[in-house]
Design a protein around this ligand. Structure first.
Ligand code: COA
Length: 260
């Protein structure tokens, strides 16, 4: 597939999506959101791909936010629609993807950029990364899930402070907050993400998909996480991956999961 704003590199079982608008610090315009959504769906449907790494091009930015030039003249109705469509099209989609998505935060992750990183299943940052939700400095609030996912990840008080001050935190503070799982020099960022992806692909992709669903259920007010876990746990018993995983353990060999 050809895209104008993103690059997709598949090295099965790992795919890397690079947001590629470096002159605009990879800001998310409408077209980029659409392309990211399409690429994520297509990689999720590809049974050869077991992990997706999402990063930004260049050395300066992961994503410096939603493209401010696109919504500066919006009405109340258009503003609401922008958030609703974006959440559904991309941010909720990534969070609920059965294929794990790792955000490789290689620089500024601001506004929609941090919201995008937070919709990924976990984050790894380079030591030059800076993160924040500066929306109130523009007279608006985070609209791509930031008011919900930031407190989930760092706690309510820290999220309140970050959102109210519109300030940025550096990579080490993000690490101490639990917003990112690791901080490494920029040249080691993709290597570490690939190493983590390498550990993930050894496991049952079907079980991982169920685990993502069960974990997310606990953060959704409409679902009961424990009930979702019970249902997902039961479903695992009907999978070829479970048969292979348990047989391999009992036969003292490494499992070779069929992914079904
Ligand atoms: N939307 C649209 N364009 C953006 C953008 C965004 N969110 N963030 C950066 N850009 C553009 C700039 O307008 C500039 O374009 P130009 O060269 O055509 O003028 C280009 O990217 C480079 O940015 P610049 O501001 O010159 O880089 P800098 O190193 O001086 O500053 C930042 C970097 C990240 C501090 C600064 O770009 C910034 O504050 N961006 C907006 C962050 C934000 O508020 N995001 C939340 C949006 S809801």
């Amino acid at each position: 597939m050809n895209y104008n704003n993103i690059l997709v590199e598949e090295q099965s079982p790992i795919a890397t999506i690079t947001i590629n608008r470096p002159s605009k610090l990879n800001a998310l315009n409408k077209e980029t959101i659409k392309e990211l959504s399409k690429a994520c769906k297509s990689l999720d449907e590809d049974s050869e791909i077991k992990v997706i790494i999402l990063t930004g091009s260049g050395e300066k930015a992961f994503v410096a936010g939603a493209d401010i030039s696109e919504f500066a003249n919006f009405s109340v109705k258009e503003g609401g629609k922008l958030a609703e469509k974006g959440q559904k099209q991309l941010f909720d989609l990534i969070e609920n993807l059965a294929t794990p998505v790792i955000a490789a935060v290689n620089g500024f992750a601001l506004g929609g950029g941090l919201e995008l990183a937070m919709s990924c299943h976990f984050r790894v940052a380079s030591d030059n990364a800076r993160m924040g939700l500066p929306e109130v400095s523009l007279g608006v609030i985070p609209g791509y899930g930031g008011t919900q996912r930031l407190p989930q990840l760092v706690g309510k008080g820290r999220a309140m402070e970050m959102i109210m001050t519109a300030g940025m935190i550096d990579a080490n503070k993000a690490l101490s907050y639990g917003l990112v799982n690791y901080v490494v020099p920029q040249e080691e960022l993709l290597g570490l993400c690939e190493k983590l992806a390498g550990k993930i692909v050894n496991n049952s992709s079907v079980a991982i998909g169920h685990a993502i669903k069960a974990i997310n259920s606990g953060f959704n007010h409409d679902t009961n996480g424990y009930a979702a876990e019970i249902k997902a746990f039961g479903k695992c018993f009907g999978t070829a991956d479970f048969e292979e995983g348990t047989s391999a353990f009992l036969e003292k060999r490494k499992a070779n999961f069929p992914g079904a």
